[in-house]
Design a protein around this ligand. Structure first.
Ligand code: FAD
Length: 433
């Protein structure tokens, strides 16, 4: 008899975990409250365009945990690698190449020649672990000793990778850990042919091919506990699900509700309090392409970027069309001051500047004034949730709010990988001994 595993949540964490368990012979049931799988990685079709609701790029895919999913469980992804030579900074009065490659570093105007050498040396020191950061010191403080140009560039790079307009608050140890991997990559950014729906479907196919069940429109609302063990979970109309292992790939506030009125609710309280990474998203679908030397432009002063998604994934547009995604970062203060409308106006002015004529060609747009990029933002004293609590023997947790490697979806995938590794390492028989 196969061991039974229930995975709650059909976002990237839940799907990748369920697929890995199903592939390894577990009897898997995945429960998702929404009608469609994908969570924040769903794709929304609109007037012939496929808008990625959230996620759009994978960073350092050659170093990503997705490689393991490709090799181990046969995940099939149509990678579309980004062209670094088409990435530019908008510095206000001029645009200049991003120093994403040696050629970019040579051509960029964000550094003078002395600082180019210094920046290259910092990259070398990061890659060879000479730069490691210091526990309790945020990167803004840690980089005080740097020249203003190099410090500014490192913080600008972090701003776009961490989706934040407060990059100086990133813990310095996390910063160097992240860039040790990213600077060593051959493929800094990649998109997905067929959009994120393709990767969602690829995981779902692996689950079903291996006999797993996927049940949508099933919100898990309650659990039964017997001491340290979960004995059952409940879906709609008190439907009961039982298993040997329970993997919760739902955000901390949802976990807290499930464990309400149990002695274990207190474990989640800390993580519910932390603030997420929030952004304004403004995607446009155009009837005709606007030609441009760049597929990615980062407006430094306003901290807004625009990506031409359809340059890489041609399946997301009707023939000849163009789909672009603009993102503006929001911090807590801006959220409290309702700055989202201002950000929308700023984004439109940046589209006007770099893609003149976009308004006349506009067919469909999608604006979200507060999208959650990462459930727990990696800043200052905020901490990510563990994938396992000692006091819960048969429960595991995964998602971009859990401990793992990288940021954003990489956290979802790495925490899912770690949670499933632990499940596979501890078969039920052993636990009962
Ligand atoms: C605008 C934007 C841009 C982004 N860009 C990138 C990017 O470029 N690169 C990148 O890597 N990442 C990016 N991300 C982040 C990425 O989308 C997320 O990290 C990832 O999708 C999170 O997946 P998850 O499974 O961890 O969580 P979620 O997607 O939040 O999944 C949780 C799932 O659980 C379900 N659920 C919740 N409660 C219950 C319940 N009680 N019962 C059953 N089901 C439940 C939810 O419906 C959901 O499907 C972006 C996100 C946004 C919003």
């Amino acid at each position: 008899m196969s061991e039974k595993a229930i995975v709650v949540g059909g976002g990237l964490a839940g799907l990748s975990a369920a697929a890995r368990l199903a592939h390894n012979g577990y009897d898997v049931t995945l429960l998702e409250k929404a009608p469609k799988l994908g969570g924040r990685a769903i794709t929304i079709p609109l007037k012939g365009f496929n808008f990625n609701f959230g996620a759009h790029a994978i960073y350092a895919r050659d170093k990503s945990i997705l490689r393991k999913f490709e090799h181990e469980i046969g995940l099939n992804v149509d990678w579309k690698d980004f062209s670094p030579s088409k990435a530019f900074y908008d510095m206000g009065s001029y645009t200049t190449p991003m120093p994403a490659t040696l050629e970019g570093l040579y051509r960029t105007k964000v550094l003078d020649s002395q600082n180019k050498l210094r920046f290259a040396y910092e990259v070398f020191k990061t890659m060879s672990s000479i730069n490691r950061g210091e526990e309790g010191i945020p990167i803004g403080e840690y980089l005080q000793k740097e020249t203003p140009q190099v410090r500014d560039l490192l913080l600008t790079i972090a701003s776009s990778n961490f989706f934040t307009n407060e990059p100086e608050r990133i813990p310095s140890t996390l910063f160097f850990d992240y860039y040790r991997r990213l600077f060593a990559t051959q493929r800094a950014v990649s998109y997905i042919g067929g959009g994120w729906q393709a990767i969602v479907q690829a995981f779902a196919d692996i689950i079903e091919k291996n006999g797993g069940r996927i049940i949508t429109k099933e919100k898990v609302s309650r659990i039964d506990l017997d001491g340290k063990e979960i004995t059952a979970i409940y879906g709609k109309e008190e439907r009961v699900y039982t298993a040997d292992h329970y993997l919760f790939c739902i955000p901390p506030k949802e976990c807290s509700q499930l464990f309400a009125e149990t002695p274990l609710q207190k474990y989640f309280e800390e993580y519910v309090r932390y603030s997420p990474t929030s952004v304004v998203v403004y995607d446009v679908g155009l009837s005709e392409r606007i030609s441009s030397p760049f597929t990615y432009i980062y407006q430094k002063a306003q901290k807004v970027f625009i990506t031409d998604i359809s340059y890489y994934d041609t399946t997301c547009v009707p023939e000849g069309g163009q789909l672009m995604q603009a993102v503006a970062y929001l911090n807590e203060e801006e959220i409290a001051q309702n700055k989202a409308d201002e950000k929308v106006a700023i984004i439109e002015s940046i589209y006007d500047k770099h893609f003149p004529g976009w308004r006349d060609r506009l067919v469909a747009k999608r604006v979200s004034k507060k999208a959650t990029v990462q459930e727990i933002k990696c800043i200052d004293d905020q901490r990510l949730m563990p994938v396992k609590f000692h006091s819960l023997a048969n429960a595991y947790f995964a998602g971009d709010w859990c401990q793992g490697k990288g940021q954003l979806s990489e956290l979802s995938f790495t925490s899912a990988y770690e949670a499933t590794r632990r499940i596979m390492k501890h078969p039920v028989e052993e636990e009962q001994d």
